[in-house]
Design a protein around this ligand. Structure first.
Ligand SMILES: [Zn+2]
Length: 460
């Protein structure tokens, strides 16, 4: 570790003159970028929530097309695709016995409706997802399942992988054992009375059931009821009336900084333009689109890059990666040079990961050197790309992950609290500076990026 850090330090003394200019430019971005803020302030103020497949998302795409055009991007377009759209209705939860009181709940994406009259049933408590997995088939017939699998903040966001299954597949699992509805503890790390929405999925051919997330304080309250009420059944009434509105049109918005040699595969910078409906989609993912677009502009300011830089503002990420799949299908024959995504809020980047760290050691060192000045640590060969980079993954292409600090992210994720005031302008600028530095290196590199052979990667 020490040796490689010293090697990086030595390399920085030998930085060529052109990169010096680029570093200064990235430093300028860190100190003064206003473009990322302009984007996220603008879209959250003038459009607000942009739920996939709805009229609000359409307005978001139109806004983004205007913004890209006004900011000098070429070949700006909105590439339509069709999707299945789910929208929220009313949503209420009440404990009816033995400690009658209302709880704060929000429906999960793909939840079925209870109908306007709601449903009432006994609640069965599962502290963890594994406890629900262990429940016998048929044992939950007629019951409302409560999964209280809780999440803790982590810098790398790994707590989401730990707690996420309760939301992603908990309702389907409960329904397969007979449950009539499922409520989960919010997959979130704060203790505000703001439930976290997000998609849940049911197995192919399975009939969806009503599914909602309680705010963390309400989940705590329900746990306390179970702690003192072992004999008296706890009953809950749910009224949730979301509905499927069928096939609607979404779209992927793209724009380019055209390179000196447009025949070379482009650098693809991705984010998603849609958001959940509860907040205004500031950290998820207005910030990400602002960051990648601002970085592309800063690289263009340094000088026209060799390769084209394409920004992909994907549509309909939140409700099932519709945009990522549509883009990969529509552009399958168009090779990408490298894919980089920003979709983890706006807090500072702390680590550089790629999927070519070993196979392109000199390039990796150059990138690590370019971002070290912004406090970004070298990482490893673990980049897998963001959700909107299906096209690069399917091509087996190069990926860079610029890991953001996720400690705060799941306080806000998919809640009414995902609003502009949560973005720290200084940290947003650090993101822009790091993307600028990385994209400047990659967009000016002629050689292909060699990836490790799968066998070599696994033999280590
Ligand atoms: Zn997102």
């Amino acid at each position: 570790m020490k040796t490689s850090l010293l090697a990086l330090a030595a390399l920085s003394l030998a930085t060529p003159a052109f990169a010096q200019t680029a570093r200064e430019q990235a430093e300028t971005a860190r100190q003064s970028d206003e473009w990322a803020w302009d984007f996220v302030e603008g879209i959250t103020t003038e459009v607000g929530p942009r739920q996939a497949g709805t009229e609000a998302e359409t307005r978001g795409r139109q806004w983004a097309v205007r913004w890209l055009t006004a900011n000098g991007f070429a070949n700006v377009s909105d590439e339509p695709f069709e999707m299945q759209t789910w929208v929220r209705g009313s949503e209420q939860a009440y404990v009816t016995a033995p400690y009658a009181q209302p709880l704060r709940i929000t429906a999960l994406g793909n939840s079925a409706s209870t109908g306007p009259d709601g449903l009432e049933a006994e609640v069965v408590y599962f502290p963890t997802y594994a406890d629900l997995e262990a429940a016998a088939p048929g044992s939950l017939t007629g019951k409302i399942v409560f999964i209280s699998h809780d999440m803790r903040p982590t810098q790398d966001g790994s707590g989401y992988g730990f707690a996420g299954p309760a939301r992603w597949t908990g309702a389907g699992l409960a329904a397969s054992k007979g449950a009539v509805a499922t409520v989960i503890r919010s997959v979130g790390t704060e203790n505000h009375r703001t439930p976290h929405t997000g998609g849940t999925s049911f197995a192919e051919g399975q009939q969806p059931t009503p599914a909602g997330a309680l705010s963390n304080p309400d989940a705590d309250n329900l746990e306390r009821m179970f702690a003192r009420s072992s004999d008296t059944p706890i009953r809950m009434r749910l009224v949730m009336t979301p509905r499927n509105v069928g096939t609607t049109t979404s779209g992927n918005v793209v724009g380019e900084i055209v390179g000196r040699d447009p025949s070379l595969p482009p650098v693809l910078l991705a984010c998603h333009l849609d958001s959940w409906d509860l907040g205004t989609g500031a950290v998820d993912d207005g910030a990400g689109c602002g960051i990648v677009a601002a970085a592309a502009k800063h690289v263009a300011e340094i000088g026209q890059p060799l390769r084209t830089i394409r920004v992909l503002f994907a549509g309909a990420e939140e409700t099932g990666l519709w945009g990522s799949r549509a883009y990969a299908a529509a552009h399958a024959d168009e090779p990408m040079y490298v894919g980089i995504e920003s979709d983890f809020g706006a807090d500072r980047i702390w680590r550089l990961d790629t999927n070519f760290t070993g196979s392109e050691a000199a390039l990796y060192r150059e990138l690590a050197n370019a971002v070290a000045t912004f406090g970004v640590a070298p990482g490893g060969e673990v980049a897998t790309g963001g959700a909107d980079l299906n096209i690069v993954r399917e091509q087996g292409g190069a990926l860079v992950d610029l890991q953001q600090d996720g400690t705060r992210y799941f306080d806000l994720h998919h809640t009414p609290d995902d609003t502009l005031d949560k973005i720290d302008p200084m940290q947003l600028r650090q993101n822009v500076a790091v993307y600028t530095a990385v994209v400047n290196v990659l967009a000016n590199r002629a050689e292909p990026i060699a990836l490790p052979m799968a066998t070599e990667a696994t033999s280590e």
